[in-house]
Write a protein that binds this ligand. Structure first.
Ligand SMILES: *Cc1c(COP(=O)(O)O)cnc(C)c1O
Length: 370
């Protein structure tokens, strides 16, 4: 599904030099490289504060802790996402309220958010799924109307632009109160291990988040809050700092691969290619299609026989996961998510796909229907 080795080979000299510098300095934790990377990422995103942390799941948890959300508070998120989004809500004793998604963009549906709001609702967590922004302008309007926080789960869309009605643009993750991202190796901006970050324009939230990731302390050994220990290490920061310079070029390569796939599967009776949302650029974390009138597992087996990986993101909606079953929800409550979980499939998507590979993959898929 990804080819991290070929990507590394192209930037090897610079990455190796960055790692060597950190080893020479022995400033492995909280070293200058971490600060530098945070500043470079803030500049790239056009935001005031970037606070790095241990992974994307921690970023979401720290975001909710920094906003002072309390047990019993309801947090609205999408039923079609990776589990981390809901996991931290539940871990903090908050109540996850899930809502359905748009069948074309796979992203959270603003009308469903509106219907799910109660007196206890405190925050909305839209996920920019597969590399494309959720409808942020509508979501921000709802948040303003009901005085809710917005935490953007930007783990899959770093570098994407959201385009407002007036034509102005903002980077995904910089529109709500806090944006969160993951530097898991296969993400669009991936480290050589775990990493994550939060971003915000709000000085108070930034100060709070910086304390929370560091055991709740602003002054060493004085703990003002209950915090966590969540850090990006200097070696990962050095690697990410090199890769950040290539992020836009990586998005371009992903888009080229997506266009190849789009053309190969255009007007196919059994396949629907992913729809581009007019208010967002797409950075194609995943290339996810919908299958009609065909057996998905047979397709996966067929591709496996040809040495082509195919993944299903995500096979089980949140409300049907064993750990998250609640009296609130039943099968049938989120028809779009349930339909998608039964029909989507994702093909290899990364920065190093050659035309030969793309031809092999698309021919392999098409041969299933012959
Ligand atoms: C990857 C991912 C996360 C979690 O990131 P980790 O760094 O693996 O903790 C959260 N949300 C979404 C949507 C993700 O894809």
């Amino acid at each position: 599904m990804v080819d991290l080795k070929s990507q590394y080979n192209k930037i090897k000299a610079e990455v190796d030099e960055g790692i060597r510098q950190v080893i020479d300095s022995t400033a492995f934790i909280k070293g200058p490289k971490v600060k530098e990377f945070e500043q470079h990422l803030a500049h790239y995103l056009g935001i005031k504060h970037v606070i790095s942390c241990g992974n994307g799941t921690d970023a979401l948890q720290v975001a909710m802790m920094s906003l002072g959300l309390k047990p019993g508070d309801e947090v609205i998120t999408t039923s079609f996402t990776f589990i981390a989004t809901a996991e931290v809500i539940a871990l903090l004793g908050l109540t996850p309220v899930v809502v359905d998604v748009n069948p074309d963009t796979y992203n959270i549906d603003p009308d469903s958010i509106r219907k799910a709001i109660t007196a206890n609702t405190k925050a909305i967590v839209p996920v920019h799924l597969f590399g494309q922004c959720a409808p942020m302008e509508e979501i921000m309007n709802i948040a303003k109307e009901y005085n809710l926080f917005v935490i953007e789960d930007n783990a899959q869309a770093i570098g994407a632009d959201y385009i407002f009605d007036d034509g102005s643009k903002k980077k995904s993750g910089t529109i709500g109160n806090i944006g969160c991202t993951s530097f898991f190796p296969s993400k669009n901006l991936g480290a050589f291990g775990d990493g994550g970050a939060l971003f915000t324009d709000d000085d108070k939230i930034a100060e709070q988040a910086r304390a929370v990731v560091n055991h709740g302390m602003k002054i060493r050994y004085y703990h003002d809050y209950i915090g966590v220990n969540s850090r990006l290490d200097s070696i990962q920061a050095a690697i990410l700092d090199v890769k950040l310079k290539h992020l836009d070029e990586y998005a371009f390569a992903r888009n080229s691969a997506a266009e190849f796939y789009d053309n190969a599967f255009a007007n196919h009776p059994n396949i629907t290619t992913p729809k581009r949302y007019s208010k967002s650029s797409h950075v194609f974390h995943q290339y996810t299609l919908k299958l009609k009138n065909a057996n998905r597992i047979s397709l996966q087996e067929h591709l496996k026989g040809l040495g082509i990986p195919m993944m299903i993101y995500y096979p089980v909606p949140l409300h049907m996961q064993k750990a998250y079953k609640s009296e609130r929800y039943q099968k049938g409550d989120f028809p779009v998510t349930e339909y998608l979980s039964e029909s989507v499939f994702s093909l290899p998507m990364h920065t190093e796909l050659s035309v030969e590979q793309l031809e092999y993959i698309t021919k392999g898929v098409l041969s299933f229907f012959k």
